[in-house]
Design a binder for this molecule. Structure first.
Ligand code: NAP
Length: 245
């Protein structure tokens, strides 16, 4: 029986690379995206390489979309083994710098996608993950959300100030800890992952300046998605190892 994996925001960027990497491990991967045509195009590209993928439309900020997607997965597969909460945005990267501290509209949109989206998707897919013999939840976070790094003058992240994005990833980390405790009596493991600085469309300049390709970054996501049964739950990792909260 193949592993059934679902990746949010998998039509491009890290989500697409993760979907491909998971499919190459033999998993059957559900590529979700808020634009159904774009999700289908991504799935067609991987299916054309002989990989087991399918597409499903899901805007993580839409409770109706998420409910319908969970119903579709229940009907098609009856369970979910791996959930990768990848969809994320960084609208502050396009800010004109006119705010004293935070662009409140960008703040609201960031939290709707990066935090409420993770909670919404997790809530609706948990019954399917409970039907798995080895459920794994991977929340794509960022060292930008590490409170330790934000407050450590010797951290390379100390000088970065993107209040909405950083607070959203700190909240994702908190969801990871809370969820791992909630699920401690189950075999489901929850992991927050920093993929590094990755060549994607997340922010202007990423493609030209980031040192890590999406394919390389996807490897640590696969590590978290395939944790062995004796691995701890509720951790925060990057390719280099544990990340301080
Ligand atoms: N790139 C980095 O350096 C970096 C570093 C640390 C963490 N991360 C995290 O990695 C994750 C993936 O980002 P990325 O770098 O791959 O950026 P990206 O290339 O901009 O991809 C973001 C993906 O999220 C999707 N998305 C956005 N809002 C959505 C919504 N409401 N519902 C469903 N999907 C939605 C996008 O879909 P559309 O095509 O429809 O917009 C796209 O597929 C994010 O959580 C990001 O915070 C990235």
């Amino acid at each position: 029986m193949p592993t059934i994996a679902l990746v949010t925001g998998a039509n491009r960027g890290l989500g697409f690379a993760t979907a491909e990497a998971l499919a190459r491990t033999g998993a059957s991967v559900i590529i979700t995206g808020r634009d159904s045509a774009s999700a289908q195009t991504a799935a067609d590209q991987l299916a054309g390489q002989g990989l087991a993928v399918e597409a499903l439309a899901m805007d993580v900020t839409s409770p109706a979309d998420v409910r319908a997607a969970a119903d579709a997965v229940a009907e098609r597969h009856g369970r979910l083994d791996v959930l990768v909460n990848n969809a994320g945005i960084l609208p502050e990267a396009a800010s004109d710098g006119s705010n004293e501290f935070a662009d409140i509209d960008a703040f609201r949109r960031t939290f709707e996608t990066n935090v409420l989206g993770v909670a919404n998707v997790t809530e609706h897919f948990l019954p399917l993950l409970r039907s798995s013999s080895a459920g794994r939840i991977v929340n794509i976070s960022s060292t930008m959300g590490s409170l330790s790094d934000q407050s450590n003058p010797s951290s390379p992240y100390y000088g970065s100030v993107l209040p909405a994005y950083q607070a959203s990833k700190a909240a994702v980390n908190s969801l990871t800890v809370g969820l791992s405790k909630q699920l401690s009596a189950t075999g489901i493991k929850v992991t927050a992952v920093c993929p590094g600085w990755v060549q994607t469309g997340l922010a202007p300049g990423n493609r030209d300046n980031a040192p890590t390709s999406a394919d390389e970054a996807a490897q640590v996501v696969v590590t978290a998605a395939t944790l062995p049964a004796d691995a701890p739950s509720g951790t925060f990792i990057s390719a280099a190892g544990p990340v301080p909260w």
